[in-house]
Ligand binder design. Structure first.
Ligand code: SF4
Ligand code: SF4
Length: 386
């Protein structure tokens, strides 16, 4: 079977943050030290080799970059300072751009200016919409639902969620097709070809259904990350977990439950919705601040290199959370005008983060990683049963 070879691939990957891969001499030390690498799916050495020989198709079909949680162990012990952990990170960015059929992801990763302009354009449109369509600004009390009625925000949220889901799921389907195109052990070429044309062929649908819990468990707990025993890495996992669960909670509160979340009467302190809001705020703020401080101080191997998209994402998420906290305080302090202005600014930050980062950039890994872990389970099951 012929593989597409791209001799410039290693240079292309530089734009995605991979700068040291050419120094790797394939000793395999990184694969030996990685806690997550297994005999049947060894990494990171193998994909670094694919990168060095320019095997773009092989990389596209590789699940390995998504199995790495970037603990940094391999980078700390690489004798050639090839930084394999960062190579895996760069490969995840590159794969995200390959899955994305719109081409926007590639532009975000390869042009900082394009990403910033896109964010400013979306923020400007939200600001303009507020300027033109906001409701009356009641000043004798805080009346957020008069300024921005929650039933209108709910409709706009649902439209946004539908558009996001469309892009994210169509990109995820491309990932699914690429991962499932890999031959199963002992599989003949004709059946691999059939699956390339139609990804559901060759693996019974019941395996997808029976292994579905794997997706849910990995999505919620990120438990693979926890298999690293070092204390510092465990803190990293907890911080990652807080961001993921906090973000998912707030996403559900504002997209699905906005009519209960955005109310003019403030809930009592122990009300479940208020507590969920506090948990989400704490989780995201702690996790994002931890990552930002780590990157500023370059406090560990995993924070030594930062791609511009990492910073843009962290800053947007931090500002979204911070302006959310400000709104809470202006409401508690009964400051109507401050609440309305900060609310508009909050959405001018949150909406670009959601519509650009979720389907096309950093945040897409929230879906891709558990999806790959789930597909690996399905493949494992199919291999065992055959
Ligand atoms: S990345 Fe480093 S440790 Fe891994 S195979 Fe290459 S030289 Fe060896
Ligand atoms: S960064 Fe950690 S999880 Fe990723 S390949 Fe290296 S050792 Fe494995």
């Amino acid at each position: 079977m012929s593989a597409q070879v791209n001799p410039e691939l290693i240079e292309t990957l530089e734009e995605y943050g991979v700068t040291d891969a050419s120094t790797c001499f394939n000793c395999g030390n990184c694969t030996a030290v990685c806690n997550l690498s297994t005999e049947s799916v060894p990494f990171p050495r193998k994909v670094i080799r694919y990168l060095q020989i320019g095997a773009k198709d092989k990389i596209l079909q590789s699940p390995e970059p998504w199995l790495c949680y970037y603990c940094g162990d391999c980078s700390e012990t690489c004798p050639r300072e090839a930084n394999p952990g960062e190579v895996m990170m760069g490969l995840r960015r590159y794969l995200t751009s390959l899955y994305d059929w719109t081409g926007l992801s590639r532009l975000f990763y390869t042009s900082k200016a394009f990403e910033i302009i896109a964010i400013l354009v979306v923020a400007g449109l939200i600001g303009l919409a507020f300027y033109l369509f906001h409701g009356p600004m009641v000043t004798d009390r805080v009346a957020l639902n008069v300024f921005a009625p929650n039933h209108v925000i709910e409709i706009l949220d649902l439209i946004m969620a539908a558009v996001l889901s469309f892009f994210l799921l169509t990109n995820a389907y491309r990932m699914f097709s690429a991962i499932m195109a890999q031959p199963l052990p002992g599989e003949d070429e004709a059946s691999v070809k059939r699956r390339k044309r139609s990804p559901l062929k060759g693996v019974p649908v019941r395996y997808y259904i029976q292994e579905g819990k794997e997706f849910v468990i990995q999505f919620i707990t990120q438990k693979k990350f926890a298999s690293c025993e070092k204390r510092e890495k465990r803190i990293q996992w907890i911080s990652h977990l807080l961001v993921m669960t906090g973000y998912s909670t707030v996403f559900l509160l504002v997209v699905v439950g906005i009519r209960w979340f955005q109310r003019d009467e403030i809930y009592p302190l122990w009300h479940p919705i208020r507590l969920l809001g506090y948990y989400a705020t704490f989780g995201v703020l702690y996790g994002v601040s931890y990552a930002m401080i780590g990157r500023l101080k370059k406090s560990s191997t995993v924070y030594e290199h930062s791609h511009s998209t990492d910073w843009i994402f962290l800053i947007l998420l931090w500002l979204t959370t911070f302006t959310g906290i400000l709104i809470h305080f202006t409401r508690l302090l009964e400051l109507p005008l401050a609440t309305y202005y900060i609310y508009a600014i909050h959405l001018m930050i949150a909406v670009p983060m959601l519509v650009l980062e979720v389907p096309f950039a950093k945040w897409a890994h929230q879906l891709y990683r558990p999806l790959v872990l789930y597909l690996m389970k399905v493949r494992e099951r199919a291999a065992q049963e055959s």
